[in-house]
Design a protein around this ligand. Structure first.
Ligand SMILES: [Zn+2]
Ligand SMILES: [Zn+2]
Length: 153
């Protein structure tokens, strides 16, 4: 792991493996690293990744990451605002790069779902409030960087 990644911690070793070998969007890695840098400046501790590749939505496409905010509750929206000021979302109008989510965990099947939903979309059971995380995403219009032929290394 590169030194720059000392700004980051991972909730599980599986997430660490996804970060290193999961073929994530390069722009996502830049954004998450800068988010983690900001977190370190503000709180003198690394940021923690709680989710990367999942089987739903933009996480499935390897263009999204979730970072823990339960320890910094009132500052989560400050972090979100800073990220959105630095990284305009390249995709659907009205979408943002960063979004603070409040989530519940299904008491029956363990699926995470938004607090705005009363019941688990998978099995219909109720959920326990898990707290918040910040979701960071890369829009579909942001391409992967090409290496120009005249690039000097
Ligand atoms: Zn469920
Ligand atoms: Zn997410």
């Amino acid at each position: 792991m590169h030194e720059v990644e000392s700004y980051l911690r991972f909730k599980t070793t599986e997430l660490r493996d996804q970060w290193l070998n999961g073929n994530l969007s390069p722009a996502l890695k830049v954004k998450v690293l800068l988010a983690a840098w900001w977190h370190f400046q503000e709180f003198k501790q690394p940021a923690v990744i709680t989710s990367l590749i999942r089987d739903d939505g933009i996480h499935k496409e390897r263009r999204a990451a979730d970072l823990r905010t339960s320890h910094i509750s009132v500052f989560a929206h400050k972090w979100e605002a800073w990220l959105n000021s630095v990284f305009p979302y390249q995709g659907k109008a009205g979408c943002n790069t960063a979004l603070v989510h409040e989530v519940k965990k299904c008491i029956q099947c363990g699926k995470h779902f938004p607090v705005t939903k009363a019941r688990c979309p998978k099995c219909g059971a109720i959920g326990d409030k898990l707290g918040t995380h910040i979701h960071i995403q890369v829009g579909p219009k942001e391409g992967k960087p090409d290496t120009p032929a005249n690039y000097v290394v």
